[in-house]
Design a binder for this molecule. Structure first.
Ligand code: FES
Length: 286
């Protein structure tokens, strides 16, 4: 078995999905519909990873994580986020979560986050997340960026932009680094990252494919195009190919409805795309 995982969520459907997705991947999965049940499972069993919702009745995920950390400071925790408050994100980050799993999540994303967390556990790296793209060199260059903007008003957005250019995306560990460097609360950093659509917390491929699913594109068959890209690349929406060449995402109206259906790859807009053209585009960017 690859590892034992405890999934905590008050929604049965989420628990069932996690079980259905992770069991065939070789994980032992226990589930709990409340933090209280999860704590009693933790008393009886050993787990390599906890995946927990934040918003739960009676005891919420934050309180649950606090109790878990008090007993087991080293266990890896991944948080499932629906629409969390800035306060809860701040708390979750201070409790040293490994990663976020935004609801709804794709099977690929769940497997990827789980594999990564289990790998970290095996390497004895807990609980500070070691993001592959966050190397010592990157950390030093982030410091250089921060130094250039330090003490200047309105520095957060330009620092985030340069950090995203450098790392490719803004994972929690980079947000914490910036928060510390600029002496801005991590909740504020996270708030800005999640507010602006040009910031992303997920890694992107060398070529990022955005398929518009706005009304004009949707009625002209954009869904079929998403399917073609997804099948052609063997990647879900929001995912990245194993070779990191392509990432796939959907967006709402790119402001070019006259060209519907529209696909933007990197900075290039492609109009009147159909499933055949979608495959041709993939070849073009290969
Ligand atoms: S709906 Fe797709 S560009 Fe407007």
């Amino acid at each position: 078995m690859k590892g034992n995982i405890l999934v905590v969520d008050d929604e049965q459907i989420v628990l069932k999905s996690c079980e259905r997705i992770l069991s065939p991947e070789g994980y032992g999965v226990d589930t709990a519909t409340s933090a209280k049940d999860a704590l009693s499972l933790l008393d009886r069993n050993l787990y390599d990873l906890i995946i927990t919702d934040i918003k739960m009745p009676e005891m919420d995920g934050i309180e649950f994580m606090r109790l878990v950390r008090a007993k087991n400071p080293d266990i890896n925790i991944v948080v499932i986020t629906g629409y969390p408050s800035q306060e809860s994100i701040k708390e979750a980050l201070s409790l040293r979560i490994i990663d976020y799993l935004p609801k709804p999540f794709s099977p690929t994303h769940l497997i990827e986050v789980t594999n990564n967390a289990i790998e970290l556990k095996k390497r004895g790296v807990t609980p500070e997340p070691q993001v592959e793209d966050y190397t010592e060199d990157v950390a030093a260059r982030l410091d250089e960026i921060i130094d250039r903007y330090k003490n200047k008003p309105g520095s957060l957005i330009p620092v985030l932009q340069e950090a995203q250019e450098l790392v490719g995306y803004l994972p929690p560990v980079v947000q914490r680094h910036i928060s510390k460097g600029l002496r801005i609360p991590v909740s504020e950093v996270h708030g800005v990252v999640s507010f602006y659509s040009f910031f992303t917390m997920k890694p992107k491929g060398k070529h990022n494919i955005r398929v518009c699913l706005g009304t004009a594109c949707y009625v002209k068959g954009a869904e079929e195009i998403v399917k073609k890209f997804s099948e052609g690349l063997n990647v879900d929406i929001g995912g990245i190919t194993a070779d990191k060449k392509f990432s796939l995402e959907t967006v709402r109206c790119l402001g070019a409805c006259g060209l519907a259906p529209v696909v933007v790859i990197d900075k290039n807009t492609h109009g009147s795309v159909n499933p055949v053209k979608a495959l041709e585009l993939l070849k073009e960017y290969e």
